[in-house]
Write a protein that binds this ligand. Structure first.
Ligand code: 9YT
Length: 131
C-alpha cells in the first residue's frame, strides 16, 4: 500500500506551478495504478484553455466556484463544491475560476507522467493549434 498526504506532496516536486493554476500530483503513472490523481487549484478570475487530446479526465470541485465552457457548442456549466465534470469526449474546454479559487480533485486515464505534463498537449493554445 502507498500512503501520501497532501501536505507532504505540496512540499515536493509533485507540486507544480502553472500560472492560472497549481497542481499537486499525488499519484502518477509510475505508481502503476492505471490512472493519476491530482489536487488542482484553479485561481480566481482566470481562464485557461485546455484540450486533453490523449487523456480522459474527471474533475470534482471540493471548494470554490467557477465555470467550464465546452468550446465546440459554447455551453457553459457552473461549477461549485460538489460538481463533477467528466471529459469523456476529449472535450476542448475553457476553465474559469470565479470569485474564489477552486480546489479540484482530478483523475486522468491514462495516468499523467510528470514529464509529459510539462509538454501537455492542448493546455496552451499554440500547442493545440499545432496539434
Ligand atoms: C483541472 C484540471 O484539468 N487539472 C489537471 C491537472 C493539472 N493541469 C496538472 O496536474 O497538470
Amino acid at each position: 500500500m502507498i500512503v501520501r498526504t497532501l501536505k507532504d506532496c505540496e512540499n515536493s516536486e509533485r507540486n507544480v506551478e502553472g500560472g492560472n493554476w497549481k497542481s499537486v500530483r499525488m499519484l502518477l503513472k509510475d505508481d502503476k495504478m492505471g490512472f493519476s490523481f491530482h489536487i488542482t487549484t484553479i485561481r480566481a478570475n482566470t481562464e485557461t484553455p485546455i484540450h486533453y487530446q490523449n487523456h480522459l479526465e474527471s474533475v470534482y470541485c471540493i471548494s470554490g466556484n467557477g465555470e467550464v465552457e465546452t468550446v465546440e457548442d459554447g455551453k457553459v456549466y457552473p461549477i461549485e463544491a460538489g460538481t463533477l465534470y467528466i471529459l469523456d469526449q476529449h472535450d476542448k474546454h475553457l476553465l474559469r475560476g470565479g470569485s474564489e479559487d477552486m480546489i479540484m480533485a482530478c483523475v486522468f486515464n491514462p495516468p499523467i507522467t510528470g514529464k509529459e505534463v510539462h509538454d501537455e498537449n492542448g493546455v496552451y493554445p499554440l500547442v493545440d493549434e499545432a496539434g
